[in-house]
Design a protein around this ligand. Structure first.
Ligand code: PMP
Length: 423
């Protein structure tokens, strides 16, 4: 690593591994793209606050007031971390998936949605019921921008339009040209939402500078524990729509009508979409992670991660059987997420062996981005290949041939290694 860099401590290596195995082991959890280990600093912050937590926006007592203050201060911390505009709203959700479904629920009627088929399912699928156009996989960042431009040139200017793009791919780790895509969207009067689930943990974000309208990310990928996420951005669509969830906390005033019905006045702040008792520990954890990254110097962590990316890629390049998956080519800038296949090996077997024999925890599969992985592998959606369905049970997979040499088969899924600020 460079002199600038030391990993941020995570809870796990020293405590959990000996606990489970009773001994000294080296274990490398390299599946940060699925869920990154929470930082020790986050656990410490949570432990310090845990004895005092109480209901948020719902109590006169001291603990309730403290929790409400911390909850709202967390909102301000996240807004600052994201580089939001002063009028933006930060809505706390359960996850990126939840955030994008929330946005899909509030888009004005008639909105035309444009999304690349290469997206994670969380950004590909929530737009059911809207007029959605799936754009073909671009093979360069430039093509992605051109593709958005020509799609928007054909959209109905009388109706709202929304582009949904990822900031960094959860499969290839490649960075998408967010600023250029935002400019292309705005040229045509469209809005843009950034799926930053993989970008936020690896790069400082600047919502205002990138000029994206909304950004979505998950706490559990940003070195906080599970259960909380964020949708931040323009207030207007959020506040013009019905609440995502109807219930207490979202409603300011509820009164029975003379005709027997009920009148509801909904909040016009982020609370409108946060009905029910919020996940105060989850929200506090996200804010704690944001502070930890900022205090450590996010740019230095990026520098260190890039050093690791280069090392892993150089190591993989030395193995002739390995093919690293890439949409935009080998030189494309990327975060610490690298997927590959090994010629002659089934990816699931390979990943299992990495764990069992070398203590390296990776992920194999299609990574909730089926169309993208199939494009990268060159397989057809229904292709049964030579080893059964990609999700086949291990018992159903073909065994090595009699001579013990690896069987030759076309990979139907891939292996992903991913890391970040705690690696
Ligand atoms: N988008 C991307 C790019 C992702 O990598 C993920 C998680 N793998 C998601 C969205 C969904 O995140 P979550 O499961 O936390 O909702």
């Amino acid at each position: 690593a460079t002199a600038a860099a030391a990993p941020l401590p995570v809870l796990g290596r020293d405590v959990l591994v000996p606990l489970v195995t009773g001994g000294e082991v080296t274990y490398a959890a390299l599946d940060y793209a699925a869920s990154a280990p929470a930082l020790q600093r986050v656990w410490d912050d949570v432990a310090a606050y845990a004895p005092y937590y109480g209901s948020v926006h719902r109590g006169a007592g001291y603990l309730s007031q403290l929790s409400t203050d911390l909850f709202e201060a967390s909102r301000a911390t996240v807004a600052e971390f994201l580089g939001c505009r002063p009028d933006d709203q930060v809505v706390f959700t359960r996850s990126t998936t939840d955030s994008l479904n929330l946005l899909a629920a509030v888009v004005p009627e008639g909105t035309q949605v444009y999304v690349f088929e290469t997206e994670h399912h969380a950004s590909l699928l929530p737009w059911r019921g809207t007029d959605v156009t799936y754009l073909a996989a671009p093979r360069t960042p430039r093509q992605a921008v051109d593709s958005i431009r020509s799609a928007l040139a054909g959209c109905d200017p009388e109706r709202p339009a929304l582009v949904c793009v990822t900031g960094a791919s959860n499969v290839t780790g490649e960075l998408w040209p967010v600023r250029e895509l935002a400019a292309a969207a705005h040229e045509h009067g469209a809005r843009i939402v950034l799926d930053a689930a993989q970008l936020a943990p690896h790069h400082p974000l600047d919502v205002a500078g990138l000029d994206v309208d909304w950004v979505a990310f998950s706490g559990h990928k940003l070195y906080a524990p599970f259960g909380s996420g964020v949708l931040a951005g323009r207030a207007d669509w959020l506040q013009d729509a019905e609440p995502y969830l109807a219930g207490g906390g979202a409603s300011r005033r509820v009164a029975r009508r003379a005709d027997g019905g009920v009148d509801v006045e909904w909040h016009t702040t982020a609370a409108r979409h946060e009905a029910g008792s919020p996940n105060v520990i989850g929200v506090y954890s996200i804010a704690s992670a944001c502070r930890a990254l900022t205090d450590a110097g996010f740019d230095r962590l990026v520098e260190r991660e890039q050093h690791l990316v280069a090392r892993v890629r150089a190591g993989l390049a030395e193995v002739p059987e390995v093919r690293v998956l890439s949409l935009f080519g080998d030189d494309a800038p990327r975060v610490g997420v690298i997927s590959f296949v090994v010629q002659g090996w089934n990816s699931s077997h390979f990943a299992a062996a990495l764990s069992a024999e070398y203590g390296i925890g990776v992920r194999d599969g299609l990574f909730c981005a089926h169309p993208l992985v199939r494009t990268l592998l060159g397989t057809e959606p229904q292709d049964p290949g030579e080893c059964g369905a990609p999700d086949a049970e291990p018992g159903e997979l073909p065994q090595p041939s009699a001579g013990g040499t690896p069987i030759s088969l076309r990979s139907l899924n891939a292996i992903r290694v991913s890391f970040g600020a705690g690696t």
